[in-house]
Design a binder for this molecule. Sequence first.
Ligand code: 5AD
Length: 495
Amino acid sequence: MPRYAITTFGCQMNVHDSERMHDVLRRAGYAEAGDPDEADVLVLNTCSVREKAEQKLRSEVGRLARWKRERPDRVLVVAGCVAQQEGERLLKQMRAIDMVVGPDNIPELPGLLGDLALGGLPIARTVFDTEAPRFLAASPPQGASGRAPTAFVTIMKGCDERCSFCVVPYTRGPERYRPSDEIVAEIAGLVAAGTREVTLLGQTVNSYRDPLGALPAAPGASPDDPDESEFAALLRRIAADVPGLARLRYTSPHPRHLTPSLILAHAELAVLPRHVHLPVQSGSDRVLRRMIRRYTRAEYVARTRALAAAVPGLSLSTDIIVGFPGETEDDFAATLSLVREVGFKGLFGFKYSRRPHTPALRLADDVPEDVKGARLSRLFEESEALLSAHLQGLVGTTQEVLVEGRDKERGHGGHGGALWSGRTGRHEIAHVEGAEELDLLGEIVEVAVVRANKHSLQAELTEAARAAARPRQRGGEEPGRPARRALPVLSAEGG
Ligand code: 5AD
């Protein structure tokens, strides 16, 4: 049986696309290789959103050239956004690559591999499925016990925004929406199989419209508002039709579509957790305009205030770009003041980098690299201080944690075992101490927060939670592919 391995770079959409590739390849008779170097087929699922991400691919292919030389029948596949962006050019530039497949061509992967095995030439397949969009479901990664507590469900793909810095409209194509019936059916199936939390995925997830036209207008929706979508209506339908779902998250929303109907859904639907990741990109109106973000700072603040008022205890996280063309010290100061004003509890910060096919290529990349670096450091100082104060403030409280898996790190205090860890309703990472002997995977447990770490909480089960928990059966609880589902850290990331 030929063996394959997939290496994933980039966003949750890419992580999910990799899950689909696992499915497609397994169904075609491939087996996953334990060690990527042992694979017959190696897929690099790439990201091109920032220059650094694209460089990663290039250095990885350089390294893999030797892997191929050892056994020339090995197949190197480049998938994802760099594949879509570069197409055939990749085959010409890097001879080690045998195949290039775009995000919409994943189902064709086994067929294309078959052609290659028969002696076919290297091939690039990067065609959008705009006429008949396909939304493949992916079976979530399974632990040995067969339970996967969290899963992604795609509800739309592509992007019709034209943010001037962003390559995604080019690499992911125009917006296409998945029929609401299909979305609900997939979520119901996942929940029946033990999934507790679903994250709805889309490049601008809250611009969703139902191609079936089957959703009743959501309360609070105003049909004349150009920013109105049917996202709130979809959330309501999921909440009503899949009552067994414990948590319903989504990523990434665009601030433009954070309309009153969505705010009302947050106020009324208990299944929506008290955390939203809402990329703002800059706190300066001048920069926001040049980024073509289609909202002002005041609009962003007003909308997030309304959301926070509707959902007590809500926390917000965001993405910010520093050093966008023309960004002055004053513009950057406005970004810092916005971070303080909104009080983000998590922040991903990036240095602007020029991307192909983007409108901002017409603007001079005029903020020097060292200034970008210094601004990023100041931004992180600000956000780390906010996160740290927030986490400290939670010490002594009780929280409900959905246990997602076990940490790779050793436990504190030298007792050795990997701790259970998961997320609170607000998305803080929590490590649960003193419960190594219990089976908590997929459980929502009540914990007492005993300590704040830099980016996470340290907690213990409450007495009631301990009394209700099951003892662990030996060897039955490890997640199947922890590398693909390691907990992302809610914190700053270098740009
Ligand atoms: N340069 C730097 N950061 C970028 N992002 C998107 N495009 C660029 C770029 N050209 C960031 C944005 C986005 C996140 C996924 O990546 O902050 O929200």
